[in-house]
Design a protein around this ligand. Sequence first.
Ligand code: AMP
Length: 113
Amino acid sequence: MNDCIFCKIIAGEIPSSKVYEDDEILIFKDIAPIAKIHLLCVPKEHFAYLSEADGARAQMLGRTLTKIAGLRGRLGLSEGYRLVINQGENAGQSVHHLHIHILGGEPLPWGGQ
Ligand code: AMP
Protein backbone atom coordinates (compact mmCIF):
# COMPACT_ATOMS: atom_id res chain seq x y z
CA MET A 1 0.00 0.00 0.00
CA ASN A 2 1.70 3.19 -1.19
CA ASP A 3 0.08 5.55 1.30
CA CYS A 4 0.13 3.32 4.39
CA ILE A 5 2.38 4.62 7.17
CA PHE A 6 2.90 1.16 8.69
CA CYS A 7 3.84 -0.30 5.28
CA LYS A 8 6.41 2.49 5.02
CA ILE A 9 7.75 1.64 8.49
CA ILE A 10 7.98 -2.05 7.51
CA ALA A 11 9.81 -1.06 4.32
CA GLY A 12 12.23 1.12 6.31
CA GLU A 13 11.08 4.26 4.49
CA ILE A 14 9.96 5.85 7.79
CA PRO A 15 12.09 5.38 10.93
CA SER A 16 10.77 3.47 13.92
CA SER A 17 12.09 2.09 17.19
CA LYS A 18 12.05 -1.61 16.33
CA VAL A 19 12.09 -4.12 19.14
CA TYR A 20 11.42 -7.35 17.21
CA GLU A 21 11.18 -8.44 13.60
CA ASP A 22 10.76 -11.71 11.75
CA ASP A 23 9.41 -12.76 8.37
CA GLU A 24 5.77 -12.18 9.38
CA ILE A 25 5.65 -9.33 11.89
CA LEU A 26 7.35 -6.18 13.11
CA ILE A 27 7.09 -4.85 16.68
CA PHE A 28 8.06 -1.23 17.35
CA LYS A 29 7.45 1.49 19.94
CA ASP A 30 4.28 3.55 19.62
CA ILE A 31 5.14 7.18 18.90
CA ALA A 32 2.52 8.43 21.42
CA PRO A 33 2.61 5.93 24.29
CA ILE A 34 -0.39 5.63 26.63
CA ALA A 35 1.42 3.28 29.04
CA LYS A 36 4.97 2.92 30.31
CA ILE A 37 5.46 0.27 27.63
CA HIS A 38 3.39 0.76 24.49
CA LEU A 39 4.38 -1.28 21.46
CA LEU A 40 2.69 -1.92 18.15
CA CYS A 41 2.80 -5.33 16.49
CA VAL A 42 2.06 -5.20 12.78
CA PRO A 43 1.79 -8.02 10.25
CA LYS A 44 4.04 -7.41 7.26
CA GLU A 45 1.13 -8.22 4.95
CA HIS A 46 -1.09 -5.18 4.57
CA PHE A 47 -4.73 -5.57 5.54
CA ALA A 48 -6.83 -3.01 7.33
CA TYR A 49 -9.16 -4.78 9.75
CA LEU A 50 -9.35 -7.72 12.09
CA SER A 51 -12.58 -8.62 10.28
CA GLU A 52 -10.48 -9.33 7.16
CA ALA A 53 -8.42 -11.90 9.04
CA ASP A 54 -9.66 -15.31 8.00
CA GLY A 55 -7.87 -18.43 6.79
CA ALA A 56 -4.11 -17.88 6.52
CA ARG A 57 -4.33 -14.48 8.21
CA ALA A 58 -6.10 -15.96 11.20
CA GLN A 59 -3.38 -18.60 11.48
CA MET A 60 -0.71 -15.89 11.23
CA LEU A 61 -2.42 -13.94 14.02
CA GLY A 62 -2.54 -17.07 16.17
CA ARG A 63 1.20 -17.50 15.70
CA THR A 64 1.64 -13.80 16.47
CA LEU A 65 -0.15 -14.08 19.83
CA THR A 66 2.08 -17.02 20.71
CA LYS A 67 5.18 -15.03 19.69
CA ILE A 68 4.14 -12.05 21.83
CA ALA A 69 3.67 -14.36 24.80
CA GLY A 70 7.09 -15.87 24.21
CA LEU A 71 8.70 -12.43 23.94
CA ARG A 72 7.11 -11.03 27.11
CA GLY A 73 10.29 -11.26 29.19
CA ARG A 74 12.43 -9.65 26.50
CA LEU A 75 9.87 -6.88 26.04
CA GLY A 76 9.71 -6.05 29.77
CA LEU A 77 6.23 -7.49 30.17
CA SER A 78 6.85 -10.29 32.65
CA GLU A 79 4.44 -8.73 35.17
CA GLY A 80 1.61 -8.76 32.65
CA TYR A 81 0.41 -6.98 29.54
CA ARG A 82 -2.70 -6.03 27.58
CA LEU A 83 -3.32 -6.51 23.86
CA VAL A 84 -5.73 -4.21 22.03
CA ILE A 85 -6.94 -4.22 18.43
CA ASN A 86 -9.03 -1.23 17.40
CA GLN A 87 -11.39 -1.77 14.49
CA GLY A 88 -13.20 1.06 12.80
CA GLU A 89 -14.45 4.48 13.70
CA ASN A 90 -16.12 3.73 17.04
CA ALA A 91 -12.92 2.14 18.30
CA GLY A 92 -10.87 5.12 17.14
CA GLN A 93 -8.79 3.20 14.60
CA SER A 94 -6.57 5.82 13.01
CA VAL A 95 -4.13 3.67 11.01
CA HIS A 96 -5.80 1.31 8.57
CA HIS A 97 -3.20 -1.44 8.67
CA LEU A 98 -4.03 -4.07 11.26
CA HIS A 99 -1.98 -3.65 14.41
CA ILE A 100 -1.98 -5.03 17.93
CA HIS A 101 -1.29 -2.55 20.70
CA ILE A 102 0.88 -4.14 23.41
CA LEU A 103 0.55 -2.29 26.71
CA GLY A 104 2.33 -2.89 30.00
CA GLY A 105 5.26 -2.00 32.19
CA GLU A 106 2.97 -0.77 34.98
CA PRO A 107 -0.49 -1.54 36.42
CA LEU A 108 -3.04 -0.72 33.73
CA PRO A 109 -6.37 0.92 34.62
CA TRP A 110 -9.50 -1.00 33.65
CA GLY A 111 -13.05 0.32 33.69
CA GLY A 112 -13.80 2.43 36.76
CA GLN A 113 -10.61 1.50 38.61
P1 AMP B 1 -5.07 3.08 16.29
O1 AMP B 1 -5.71 4.31 16.87
O2 AMP B 1 -5.50 1.81 16.94
O3 AMP B 1 -5.21 3.04 14.77
O4 AMP B 1 -3.53 3.19 16.63
C1 AMP B 1 -2.58 3.79 15.81
C2 AMP B 1 -1.36 3.99 16.63
O5 AMP B 1 -0.27 4.26 15.77
C3 AMP B 1 -1.45 5.19 17.61
O6 AMP B 1 -1.27 4.72 18.95
C4 AMP B 1 -0.31 6.10 17.14
O7 AMP B 1 0.33 6.75 18.21
C5 AMP B 1 0.60 5.13 16.43
N1 AMP B 1 1.45 5.71 15.41
C6 AMP B 1 1.08 6.50 14.37
N2 AMP B 1 2.15 6.81 13.63
C7 AMP B 1 3.21 6.21 14.19
C8 AMP B 1 4.61 6.15 13.88
N3 AMP B 1 5.12 6.78 12.82
N4 AMP B 1 5.42 5.44 14.68
C9 AMP B 1 4.92 4.79 15.76
N5 AMP B 1 3.61 4.79 16.09
C10 AMP B 1 2.77 5.50 15.32
